[in-house]
Design a protein around this ligand. Structure first.
Ligand SMILES: NC(=O)c1ccc[n+]([C@@H]2O[C@H](COP(=O)([O-])OP(=O)(O)OC[C@H]3O[C@@H](n4cnc5c(N)ncnc54)[C@H](OP(=O)(O)O)[C@@H]3O)[C@@H](O)[C@H]2O)c1
Length: 165
């Protein structure tokens, strides 16, 4: 299982329920990596998608504590553990934790890799964060891309590996 996330230089990922950045190169990579796989996400992240709709061409496993929650095209689970059990037969390389903060925190320890887009900027007023993998024991940088410049921002794709899994 992998995590995929875009962070600012302080590992911030969100503000007031939304993303901090919208970078076409990052979105293209997210799509290419996750397409035809399975994504695990929290209900709040699902609600940030256009029309609140699940991601197309991916199996969407949504976690919520609301037993009445239903959304066309999504499979709904009462816990991250239940979502993981539903994905038990899947190829781990095609299983993606896509947020938000609460779901990353719950599942990161079980991820083998984290595909992190690191933006070289500090987003003001961020309220949701990803764990700082540069300080978390067991996580090592596997590769760093060349810098990409887009929308007056510079970012790099930094792939981490969890040596504990
Ligand atoms: N930068 C990135 O790559 C990235 C990616 C994704 C999201 N984000 C950002 O992250 C923020 C959202 O993160 P978030 O932490 O607030 O919300 P979230 O993780 O997307 O969703 C939280 C919701 O998931 C459900 N949930 C969480 N843990 C659960 C558990 N153990 N059992 C059952 N249900 C559980 C609950 O849904 P109910 O309330 O329905 O019970 C909870 O309110 C937004 O700002 C979003 O834009 C950033």
């Amino acid at each position: 299982m992998n995590a995929i996330v875009i962070v600012d230089k302080n590992w911030a990922i969100g503000r007031e329920g939304g993303l901090l950045f919208s970078l076409p190169g990052d979105m293209k990579r997210f799509r290419a990596l996750t397409l035809d796989g399975t994504v695990i996400l929290g209900r709040k992240t699902l609600d940030t998608f256009p029309g609140g709709r699940p991601l197309p061409r991916r199996r969407n496993l949504v976690v919520t504590r609301n037993p009445e929650f239903a959304r066309e095209g999504a499979e709904v689970f009462p816990s991250t553990q239940a979502a993981l059990e539903a994905a038990a037969g899947e190829d781990g390389d095609k299983l993606w934790v896509i947020g938000g903060g609460s779901i990353y925190t719950a599942l990161l320890r079980q991820c083998k890799r984290a595909y992190v887009t690191k933006v070289d900027a500090a987003a003001p007023d961020a309220d949701t964060f990803f764990p700082n993998l540069d300080k978390l024991p067991g996580w090592e940088v596997a590769s760093v891309s060349e810098p990409v410049e887009e929308n007056d921002l510079t970012y790099r794709f930094v792939d981490y590996i969890n040596t504990a899994v």
